[in-house]
Every structure is written in structure tokens, then in C-alpha cells.
Ligand binder design. Sequence first.
Ligand SMILES: [Zn+2]
Length: 75
Amino acid sequence: MALPARHHSRSRVNKGRSHLALKPVNLIKCPHCGRKILPHRVCPYCGYYKNQEIIDVYKGLTKKEKKQKEKEMEK
Ligand SMILES: [Zn+2]
């Protein structure tokens, strides 16, 4: 098995780790409902992309869930 010839200093270890931090996720405002969404993606809240309705967000929801979603959309 390979064995490192020299000990890595704490400074060298930490310098390497300075590149490991996660970048914040880039979010944009949905032009239709105004919520924060990922760019170049259909809005999961209102189903719109490029000012067109792409997916029906009410499809497959029960009456109760539909009512709740409508209430949410009003905000
Ligand atoms: Zn939206």
C-alpha cells in the first residue's frame, strides 16, 4: 500500500478544504406566482413555464387538497 512520504500540515489540509464549501442554490422568482423556483424549470407551484401552463397542478388531487392549493395560490 502507498504510504505518504510526508505529513500534510494542518494549513495545507485546511487550504484544500477551503474549496469544499457548498454554493447557495440559485433561485429565481416565478413570473406567474412569484414564488422562489429553480431557473429553467417548470414552476412546481403553479405549473407555468414561459407564460404557458405546462402542467395541471390540480390534476390528481382530492377535493380537500385542491381547496388547500387554491387557498395557497391566492397568497
Ligand atoms: Zn409559479
